[in-house]
Design a protein around this ligand. Structure first.
Ligand code: ADP
Ligand SMILES: O=C(O)[C@@H](O)C(=O)COP(=O)(O)O
Length: 419
């Protein structure tokens, strides 16, 4: 069994569909509470954590708990999932978590492969691109919590770890599996070397995946999950699953909660408003108490037609965001808004909402945790890397956890109104 540890919730659902696409069965956990009796038998078991922006020591501790649980479930190899835009702060957490996992697993080398061509993230000569732009020129430079201002990943990673960091560039990847295997062995002759590997298309990821199929620890995003997963599926004789278990979209009362300020979410929120969905923007400066902020939002919801798929959002462009952060501090603003979003989600479910569409990885973590959702069935994709999740229990909820920059501009509107 493969165990996967994701540093945010949307990332966990993103790799769930990547592994499934190549024919592997997948289980997902959003919490490790009350799991002592649980036994998983899927090919891949994913633990979703919310460790991307917390203190490195906490991120390490939670990742190690996830590792212990996955090993108890029978995991023999581990996939550490971080963002395809390598979202992290200067002091972590990708390096510290990889260090701890590598130490526990006695990994002799570890590959770092964030490239996910399906999401238009490619890496060439160590430089990460988002669509046609270098990472540092993309909207990721304005991210509220993890602004990415350096595109050269070996340097970014070297700031986060004491391990030697090397680059395996595209010339080597293009020469095929045997060459990559050999070059990885040479490049990582010093035990514990971290190798950042270029990839610009799916073929590169298949090559890298095949070369690393026996590695005890690999790290990356959905592109590598697909490439590495394909190598495992080929071994196991698994067949790609063309039709994942469907989720019925009948009889739903939907609300969209957007806590992402990413460029694509801005467009999606604008589209919802253009289409006339009632919309409320959360004002954290005027109401910095998450309880008051959420009470006001729930009172507003009470005045809307539940069939109108309302939108509650804190999404705003970079200049306005920076103003809020100047007043409240970046962490302070996030704490207020994520706290409020969690309370709002719980209040909405109490009021009969049973389909929640959440934009933003951190926001999705706060909402899912506040709702007490511990797992669910991974349904069809509403957009590449964005599957519907149907929770278990007598009152199942349908959730869409959307990464800030994922999906086409119409995704939120479509997801809110599809029947
Ligand atoms: N208007 C705002 N002012 C300050 N912080 C905000 C605002 N809106 C959202 N945030 C915070 O920014 C972070 C966005 O992260 P996240 O939800 O992961 O979105 P993304 O998927 O785009 O990265 C969250 O912590 C959220 O609370
Ligand atoms: O790898 C990716 O790009 C996503 O799976 C992801 O982690 C994006 O992060 P958020 O935008 O914070 O959801």
């Amino acid at each position: 069994m493969i165990g996967a540890i994701a540093d945010d919730f949307t990332g966990a659902t993103d790799i769930a569909v990547a592994f499934r696409r190549v024919g592997l069965s997948v289980g997902i956990r959003f919490s490790l509470e009350d799991v002592s009796e649980e036994r998983h038998h899927e090919d891949v078991v994913i633990v979703a954590l919310k460790t991307r922006t917390i203190a490195p020591s906490d991120a390490v501790a939670q990742s190690m708990d996830a590792l212990d649980w996955l090993r108890e479930q029978g995991a023999t190899q581990i996939f550490f999932k971080y963002c395809s835009t390598f979202d992290s702060r200067a002091d972590g957490n990708i390096g510290p978590v990889a260090d701890a996992l590598g130490r526990a697993l006695a990994a002799t080398r570890v590959v770092f492969v964030p490239a996910s061509p399906r999401h238009l993230r490619t890496q060439y000569m160590g430089h990460l691109y988002v669509d046609q732009k270098l990472l540092s020129d993309s909207s990721m430079r304005d991210h509220p919590l993890t602004p990415m201002t350096d595109s050269f990943l070996p340097r970014v990673l070297a700031h986060q770890t004491a391990h030697p960091v090397a680059l395996l560039d595209h010339r080597d990847v293009a020469r095929g599996v045997e060459n990559v295997s050999q070059r990885l062995a040479e490049t990582a002759h010093e035990a514990g070397t971290y190798v950042v590997v270029d990839a610009i298309d799916d073929a590169d990821l298949l090559t890298i995946g095949a070369a690393c199929v026996d590695d005890i620890l690999v790290t990356g995003a959905a592109g590598l999950a697909e490439g590495w997963g394909a190598a495992h599926a080929a071994r196991a004789g698994a067949r790609p699953d063309a039709s994942p278990a469907g989720s019925s979209h009948e009889g739903f009362t939907s609300v969209v909660l957007a806590g992402s300020c990413s460029a694509r979410t801005l467009e999606q929120v604008a589209h919802m408003m253009q289409k006339g969905h009632p919309a409320l923007q959360l004002d954290a400066i005027t109401y910095p108490d998450p309880a008051e902020l959420s009470d006001r939002a729930l009172a507003w919801y009470g005045q809307q037609d539940p069939a109108s798929a309302p939108l509650i959002y804190s999404t705003m462009p970079a200049e306005e965001l920076h103003h809020v952060q100047d007043v409240l501090g970046a962490e302070g603003a996030s704490r207020i808004l994520e706290g409020a979003m969690g309370r709002i989600a719980s209040g909405l479910v109490e009021r009969g909402v049973n389909r929640l569409i959440v934009a933003g990885g951190e926001t999705s973590g706060s909402v899912t945790t506040a709702l007490g959702v511990v797992g669910g069935a991974v349904g069809p994709e509403a957009a590449p890397g964005v599957p519907w999740i149907v929770t278990a229990g007598p009152r199942p909820l349908t959730l869409l956890l959307k990464s800030g920059n994922f999906g086409d501009p119409l995704l939120l509107t479509r997801a809110a109104t599809s029947v």
